[in-house]
Structures are given as structure tokens and as C-alpha cells.
Design a protein around this ligand. Structure first.
Ligand SMILES: Cc1cc2nc3c(=O)[nH]c(=O)nc-3n(C[C@H](O)[C@H](O)[C@H](O)COP(=O)(O)OP(=O)(O)OC[C@H]3O[C@@H](n4cnc5c(N)ncnc54)[C@H](O)[C@@H]3O)c2cc1C
Ligand SMILES: NC(=O)c1ccc[n+]([C@@H]2O[C@H](COP(=O)([O-])OP(=O)(O)OC[C@H]3O[C@@H](n4cnc5c(N)ncnc54)[C@H](O)[C@@H]3O)[C@@H](O)[C@H]2O)c1
Ligand code: SF4
Ligand code: FES
Length: 803
């Protein structure tokens, strides 16, 4: 039998998903050809926001690589645009003069970003945010330019703005409406969102109409209709999208806003379908992936001869992909005459929940600050669940009960990829999957926005019971197959007390271990048993062994502790005298508000420390580095709290603590955040009468804004929450995992749920106190102990390995 020819125009998310569905149903009977204007295989457009925000790379967002097309015998023409469809002769013609005939044609040309027709819109430095090329333009521009203006305060504009902030630009968002995301949020949620984003550093100009883009060849600024002007050397337009339906229109296919389709996604021309953002169903052209995938499935079934499924439209839910901000919106979000609403507004904790009810049934929801109920509410909206039933069902179940336990097998867990609960459970059981990554690769769940990750992990946990070993089982190194959790558990239950013993008892493949597992085991043993464990210095990296940072030329740097960045003339004099006496070639003020003496000879280290008479600043260790502070209420006119006092208290409390990776803190006395509390492992921000505690921030290579963990009233609460948080991190993070990665891995909601429990929090804090109780200053120890001096600083050659 001759194969039927299927041609797909548009190598994007909707079209290729439709082909995947087709291949699942019948891979034998079709000859498939795909045209794509972009020069890449099918990639995850959603993740461009994450690429811009620095969380992933362009290479990592490919959905189907080149091999996938080959393996499925798909003829792929990339960087090639179809310019004509001859519906009479059933052929398509490309801009490279290629003519291909079809039996079934799928049009999946997506959308075009809307570019405001402003004078100057064609200047260099003006871009949309739609594809890899745009993303690269922004990333390159950020290297040489500083001021970005994003026009449009919708989902795309805000995600772009966050990315540009991460790239070090100053960002102004220009929005035409009086509130942000007015297509998804009501005024209350939008105002809360604006405040949160302002805290992150975005500036907003609302109710502003851009009149022209200024500059000669390159953009230099914007002028608004009210005459105001701002400077800008990058302008990103994120003012919505328009279905890309020109090709269909020119080829005689019926087009309204998008390409008009019926419930089988058929256009008005036989054997021609449209799917994705280019299609218009019942007057709606959708702009999110979940509906597009449902549409693709219907087309695939129809082409294979099944007419059992039709597309009936979709209820939409959205979540903004900006870290540190939890916003959810689904269904109807503004009340009208037919609806009543149930509202909960907790200004103190920054939480807002609104559920809209029509004739007793839930028809929409807006959540801000706590979106844990998002999936449950979305399900309730889709099922038109009665509000009273929803409330009683959720009162019966404990808040921690995952929604997956009450879901039917045919219900969707991953809206983006159309993966049901039943499909995931079956994949786990039949393929022996045990990690999140395995489920993701096998089922495609969580492959797009990642919003369903917690549900997938819940399903793993529920399906495997005790056999579930955590989100991602990964052995700690090649010397063993055991994961961190398993090793720590064995240390606890078997009472193991030193590294060699762990390796022997747990059957290490390499009996000496390696540079990865030895320091990790040293940390885990000390963490489990802080009072008895004898630190094995040889298993530490060289800097931690010598308590100073080795430099390029083999000399060392010495950073004494300067609590909260506050020093005095006497200390400064001592530092200056040491610098003179030991001919220190460079004295540098560090980013953590301390003084670094660079170029000290190894042999001189103990003498330098003795002359300084100050404790080690641990600038080399996996421990608390610094607590940066702003000047605070005593001097600054904006200060609402004593940031210096708080910072010094925190630093004195937690200095020397062994942690999986370095830990940095900061305390600012108002949301202007001069101490950069938003990008620290623990960042504290003073507000009127209270302190906000942010966690999981990172200002290094993987830039990440911290998440608001709690808002508390007293200094004592700040210390206790910080202690319990750090202890939980110490106990559950992988060695060398920063809090930023850890918080993302385990989830902020999970961390909060642990710390919310007063008993657990008190126990964690008690274990923290125990760990702190045995710590001593290593410089003092070296000064007082002749043997340490001889062994470490006098005769020993410094090993090459530096970490
Ligand atoms: C930065 C960003 C973040 C997003 N985040 C989310 C999110 O979190 N959640 C969500 O649900 N949605 C999100 N979206 C929207 C989502 O990406 C789109 O809804 C989805 O990609 C649409 O898929 P599509 O296949 O219809 O269009 P596209 O993915 O745009 O694919 C269409 C493809 O067809 C090609 N093409 C067009 N004309 C021709 C032609 N004549 N010949 C050959 N090829 C052609 C185009 O070049 C393009 O590659 C986001 C979008 C962006 C830009
Ligand atoms: N997290 C997500 O789900 C996500 C993320 C990014 C993009 N997307 C999708 O991508 C598509 C494009 O996103 P978008 O945000 O551009 O579209 P959008 O239509 O949702 O928002 C555009 C915004 O720009 C504003 N605007 C319009 N004209 C303006 C002007 N002249 N000046 C200033 N502001 C103006 C509008 O008021 C609106 O809020 C949408 O379909 C969106 O759903 C989704
Ligand atoms: S964070 Fe606020 S209080 Fe602290 S120095 Fe800056 S403006 Fe002043
Ligand atoms: S819901 Fe977006 S990836 Fe699953």
C-alpha cells in the first residue's frame, strides 16, 4: 500500500506535537515532511524565558533533536519557509523552490509578535521576544548596554524583564493599562505583583502610551504621548501576538483572526488542518501550549481515521515564570453580575486568594503568594465543581494531601504535554522508573513550563511508597551506586563514624574513594554526628585544610572576620601594620564588606593571624562567609530597622558552621535593599515593624532571586527561622549544592511546610545549636598548636588540586 503523505508547515511546539501523536497511533502508514522557517529542530519556546533568566541554556531546550527526525523517517527542511499552498493540486511550495505534494496538510505556523507601528521601531536595539534569535539579541546587548525598556506588562513582558534584570540591566516596564497582567489578574493581585517585582528591581510606568522610539541608527530612548521621555538602549516589545495566518489567507483558506477551524481542527478546505496559535476555534486563537496539544491529538486521530474525539475549547490557566513570585490565574478572574467571589487577603504574609463562583460552581480563581491550591482549583474549574463540595473535600483532607491522590486516571497531570495520571503511573510501574528525570524523559510530563513537577514527584512517591528515594536519585560519585540519602541514612542507622568505615561497610568500589566522595563523606559524617566526629582534614580541599585561599602564584589570601562589615580604627591599624610587616602586595575590599590581604606566604600564615588578632573570616570554606549589612535606621533616612545589629547577631551566631556549600547572608533595613539581601542564601529585609526573610538567592554564576520564606516581627524569630532553615538545608542538601539549587529541587512550599510545624522547627534549631556548640576558630587553633603549624605550614608542599 502506498503511504499517505503528511506535510506539516511549521516546526514548532504545536505542529511537531501533532506529528508525535500521529506516530504514536500509526508510524507505518505515513510519509511525513516538515518545513520550518527557523534553523533549529523543534525546541521548547516556553523555556526561552528561563534561558534569558540564566536558568538553562539554548542547547538544553531542544524537544526533538535531529536524530529524532531521522529515526522516525521524517523529511525535515529547516530554514525553509513555505510560501504557497496549492489546495487544488495538493502541493506546497517553499522559498527554496521545493514543491512537495500532500494527502493531509497541517498548518502550524504559530504567531507573529506584534510590533507596535511606531516611528523608530526599525532601529537597532529594538526586538521582540519570540524565538532563539531574539533571546540571543537580548543576551548580547546586555553585555554592552545597561538600560532596557520592555513595552508590555503581560506574561511575556514581565518574564523578559526578569531575564534582563538577571543579565545586569536596569529595567523599566512600560504598560498601557493601569494594572499589570490585566488579562489574567484583578487589581488586588496585580498590585501585589507590582510591589513584589519592584522589590526585585523592576520599575514600572503604567498607563503610558509610547509615541516614538528615539535615536539615530540605534535606539537611545522612548517618548510617550504625555511628552515624557526615558533613556533606553534596548527596547523589547511584548505587546501581544497575532496568529500567523497570511499564508493560509493568500492560499484561499478561510481566515478570520486566525485560520478558521471546526471541532476536528479542519479548515474550510478538505484535508487541510490548522493547529496551534495560528488556528481560530469558535472565535478563539489560543496563546498557551495546553490547548494546542489537545488540538494536535484531535488532528492525529482524524488523519488516522478515528472520529471519536473533537476539540471543544479549553479553560486556560497561567502561571508567571519569575522566581520568587507565585501567581496563578485560571478561568474567569473578574466578577460580573452572574458571579460571586470568595476572597482571602492576608496583607501581612502577602497572600491573596480569590475563587469565583457561578451558580454554585467554581468558574475561576486568582492566587498570589501561595499557589499550592492552583492545581486543585484548576481541576475544579474544568469539572465545574460545586464550591461547597470543593470546600468540604479540602477541609477533610489535610493540606498536605496531594491532589494526585484524588485524581482519576484519565485526568491530566501535565497540562502542557497532555500527560494523564494513568499514563505516568503505568510508566513508573512498567518501566521501573524511580526518579523525576526518568518520568520526564519517558512520559514527556514536565517537559515544558515545569509547573507540574511537584505533581509528578507526588505521583512517584504515591506509586513507589517506601521505594521512593526522593526527586532525583543520583549516586554521590562513581565509587558507589548509593545516593546521598542512602549514604546519610546508613551513617545514621549503622552508627558509622569515619570515612574509611563508610567505604568499607557500604562496599565502595574504589576503596580509597575519590576527590568527590571524600570531602562529601567528611561533611555528612560531621553533620550527622557533630559532637563526636573528628574532622578528617586530609579529606578537605586544600583551602579548607590551610584556612586560607591559595592564589595563582602559590601565595595565600587572608580575610579576617569583620562582623556585619563594621570595623574600627584599632582593627584597621592592626591590619595596616600586618600589611607593612609582611609586605602584603595587595589589600582589597571584598564584595562581602571585608578586607582581603593578598599575597601572603604559606609559612607566614599563622604569624599573620596572630598579629591580626582577629578570627578567621572563612573566605575559603563551605560555611557562612559574610553577613553584609546596610547602614540601617541609625544613619539612613529610609531605614526602618537596625540592620547592622541584626547582621552582627546573625554572623556571630552562625560563623564557622559547616554547610554543604558556602552560605552568604545580608541584612537590609528597608526594601531598597542596599545590602543585596535578594541574592543571598539568607537575605533579611527590614520593613515597618517586621523582618522579611528571603532564602535561596544567589548572586553568582546561576543568578537567582531569593524566595520570601517568612515575615516575622522580632530579631529572635529571625535567628530561629534562619537556624532551622540552615539546619534543614544542612541535613537534606547534597554536598556542594547551594541553597539556590536546593530550594528549587525540594521546592519552597516543601521547605515552608517543614518549618511551619513548630515542633519540627524547634528540633531543627536544637540540632543547629548542637552543631554550633563544638566549633572553634581554626586560626586560633593554629596559633596555639605548634604541631599544626609544623604539619601544615612549615614543611608541607601545597598540593596542586585547588577547589
Ligand atoms: C518567551 C515565551 C514564553 C512562553 N511561556 C509560555 C508558558 O509558560 N506557558 C505556555 O503555555 N505558553 C507559553 N508561551 C507560548 C507558547 O510558546 C506558544 O503558545 C507555543 O509555542 C505555540 O506553538 P505553535 O506551534 O503554535 O507556534 P510556534 O511555536 O511559534 O511554532 C511555529 C513555527 O512555525 C514556523 N513557521 C511559520 N510560518 C512558516 C512557514 N510558512 N513555513 C515554515 N515554517 C513556518 C515558525 O518559524 C515557528 O518556528 C511562551 C512563549 C514565549 C515566546
Ligand atoms: N507564563 C506564561 O504562560 C507565558 C509567558 C510568556 C508568554 N506567554 C504567551 O505568549 C503570548 C505573548 O505574550 P504577551 O505578554 O506579549 O501577550 P499578552 O497579550 O498576554 O500581553 C500583552 C500586554 O501588553 C500590553 N500592551 C498592549 N499594547 C501596549 C502598548 N502600546 N504599550 C504598553 N503595553 C501594551 C497589554 O495591555 C497586555 O497586558 C501570549 O499568548 C502569552 O499567553 C505565556
Ligand atoms: S536598604 Fe534602606 S535603610 Fe538600608 S541603606 Fe539602603 S535605603 Fe537605607
Ligand atoms: S504543566 Fe507545564 S510542563 Fe507540565
Amino acid at each position: 500500500m502506498n503511504k499517505q503523505k503528511v506535510v506539516l508547515i511549521g516546526n514548532g511546539m504545536a505542529g511537531v506535537r501533532c506529528i508525535e501523536e500521529l506516530l504514536k497511533l500509526n508510524s507505518a502508514d505515513f510519509e511525513i515532511t516538515i518545513f520550518g522557517s527557523e534553523p533549529y529542530p523543534n525546541y521548547n519556546r516556553i523555556m526561552l524565558s528561563k534561558v534569558l533568566q540564566g536558568d538553562t541554556s539554548v542547547e538544553d531546550i531542544t524537544i526533538n533533536d535531529w536524530d529524532w527526525y531521522k529515526e522516525n523517517n521524517i523529511q525535515l527542511f529547516v530554514d525553509e519557509t513555505v510560501i504557497k499552498i496549492d489546495t487544488e493540486h495538493k502541493t506546497v511550495i517553499s522559498d527554496k523552490d521545493r514543491m512537495i505534494s500532500y494527502d493531509h496538510l497541517i498548518i502550524a505556523t504559530g504567531s507573529n509578535p506584534f510590533i507596535l507601528p511606531l516611528p523608530g521601531a526599525d532601529k537597532e536595539g529594538v526586538t521582540a521576544f519570540r524565538d532563539i534569535k531574539d533571546c540571543e539579541t537580548m543576551m548580547t546587548t546586555a553585555k554592552t548596554h545597561k538600560k532596557a525598556a520592555v513595552i508590555g506588562g503581560g506574561l511575556l513582558g514581565l518574564e523578559a524583564a526578569r531575564g534582563l534584570l538577571n543579565l545586569g540591566m536596569e529595567v523599566k516596564v512600560i504598560h498601557i493599562a493601569d494594572i499589570l497582567m490585566e488579562r489574567q489578574l484583578d487589581k488586588t493581585a496585580a498590585n501585589m505583583l507590582q510591589k513584589e517585582l519592584e522589590k526585585q528591581g523592576m520599575e514600572f510606568l503604567l498607563e503610558k502610551q509610547t509615541e516614538s522610539i528615539l535615536g539615530d541608527d540605534r535606539v537611545t530612548g522612548l517618548r510617550f504621548s504625555d511628552g515624557e521621555e526615558i533613556e533606553a538602549d534596548l527596547v523589547v516589545m511584548a505587546v501581544g501576538i497575532r496568529p500567523n495566518s497570511a499564508l493560509a489567507n493568500e492560499s484561499g483558506i478561510k481566515v478570520n483572526r486566525g485560520i478558521v477551524v471546526n471541532d476536528f481542527m479542519e479548515t474550510d478546505v478538505k484535508d487541510v488542518y490548522a493547529v496551534g496559535e495560528c488556528a481560530e476555534h469558535n472565535g478563539i486563537a489560543y496563546g498557551l501550549v495546553a490547548p494546542l496539544y489537545d488540538q494536535g491529538k484531535v488532528i492525529a486521530r482524524k488523519i488516522c481515521g478515528f472520529e471519536d474525539e473533537t476539540y471543544q475549547g479549553s479553560v486556560l490557566s497561567t502561571q508567571l515564570k519569575v522566581s520568587g513570585v507565585d501567581v496563578f490565574s485560571a478561568g474567569q478572574f473578574i466578577e460580573d453580575e452572574q458571579t460571586k467571589s470568595f476572597n482571602m487577603y492576608d496583607e501581612w504574609n502577602g497572600v491573596y486568594k480569590k475563587v469565583l463562583i457561578n451558580d454554585g460552581a467554581i468558574c475561576g480563581a486568582v492566587l498570589f503568594g501561595d499557589t499550592t491550591e492552583g492545581s486543585k482549583l484548576f481541576r475544579a474549574i474544568q469539572n465545574r465543581e460545586q464550591f461547597s463540595d470543593y470546600m468540604s473535600a479540602n477541609q477533610d483532607k489535610s493540606a498536605e494531601t496531594s491532589i494526585v491522590s484524588i485524581m482519576e486516571d484519565n485526568e491530566l497531570v501535565c497540562g502542557c504535554n497532555g500527560v494523564t495520571k494513568g499514563a505516568i503511573v503505568e510508566a513508573i510501574q512498567t518501566n521501573g522508573l524511580s526518579t523525576f528525570e526518568e518520568v520526564k524523559n519517558c512520559t514527556t510530563a514536565s517537559r515544558s513550563c515545569g509547573g507540574c513537577k511537584s505533581l509528578v514527584v507526588d505521583l512517584l512517591e504515591q506509586t513507589l511508597g517506601d521505594g521512593f528515594v526522593g526527586g532525583q536519585k543520583e549516586s554521590i560519585c562513581g565509587c558507589t551506586d548509593l545516593s546521598r540519602e542512602e549514604v546519610v541514612e546508613e551513617i545514621r542507622t549503622k552508627g558509622l563514624t569515619h570515612i574509611k568505615e563508610v567505604m568499607n561497610v557500604l562496599g565502595w568500589k574504589n576503596t580509597e574513594g575519590c576527590s568527590k566522595c571524600r570531602p562529601a563523606l567528611n561533611y555528612y559524617l560531621g553533620m550527622v554526628n557533630p559532637l563526636e566526629y573528628q574532622d578528617e582534614r586530609e579529606s578537605r580541599f586544600v583551602n579548607e585544610r590551610l584556612h586560607a585561599n591559595i592564589q595563582k602564584d602559590g601565595t595565600f589570601s587572608v580575610v579576617p572576620r569583620i562582623y556585619g562589615g563594621v570595623t574600627n580604627a584599632e582593627e584597621l591599624r592592626r591590619i595596616a601594620n600586618v600589611a607593612d610587616k609582611y609586605e602584603v602586595p595587595l589589600i582589597k575590599i571584598t564584595g562581602g564588606q571585608r578586607i582581603d590581604l593578598l599575597g601572603v606566604e604559606k609559612e607566614n600564615l599563622p604569624k599573620v593571624w596572630e598579629d591580626l588578632g582577629m578570627p578567621s573570616g572563612y573566605a575559603y570554606g563551605k560555611t557562612l562567609r559574610t553577613v553584609k549589612t546596610c547602614v540601617g535606621e541609625n544613619f539612613c533616612r529610609f531605614g526602618t530597622q537596625d540592620s547592622i545589629g541584626m547582621g552582627i547577631e546573625l554572623e556571630k551566631k552562625f560563623e564557622r558552621l559547616n554547610t554543604p556549600h558556602k552560605v552568604k547572608m545580608a541584612v537590609s533595613a528597608c526594601p531598597r535593599n542596599c545590602a543585596e539581601s535578594g541574592i543571598k542564601d539568607v537575605g533579611v529585609v527590614g520593613i515597618e515593624g517586621a523582618w522579611e526573610i528571603y532564602v535561596g538567592g544567589n548572586g553568582g554564576t546561576h543568578l537567582r532571586a531569593g524566595d520570601l520564606l517568612y515575615k516575622v516581627k522580632t530579631k529572635q524569630e529571625v535567628i530561629e527561622i534562619t537556624g532551622a532553615f540552615l539546619q534543614y538545608y544542612r541535613e537534606t542538601a547534597d554536598y556542594l549544592e547551594r541553597t539556590s539549587a536546593w530550594v528549587e529541587r525540594v521546592g519552597l512550599d516543601h521547605v515552608r511546610s517543614v518549618l511551619d510545624d513548630e515542633k519540627t522547627r524547634a528540633e531543627l534549631y536544637a540540632r543547629m545549636e548542637e552543631a554550633l556548640s563544638v566549633l572553634k576558630d581554626p586560626w586560633k587553633e593554629a596559633i596555639e598548636n605548634k604541631k599544626i603549624q609544623e604539619d601544615l605550614y612549615e614543611h608541607v608542599k601545597v598540593p596542586v588540586e585547588v577547589k
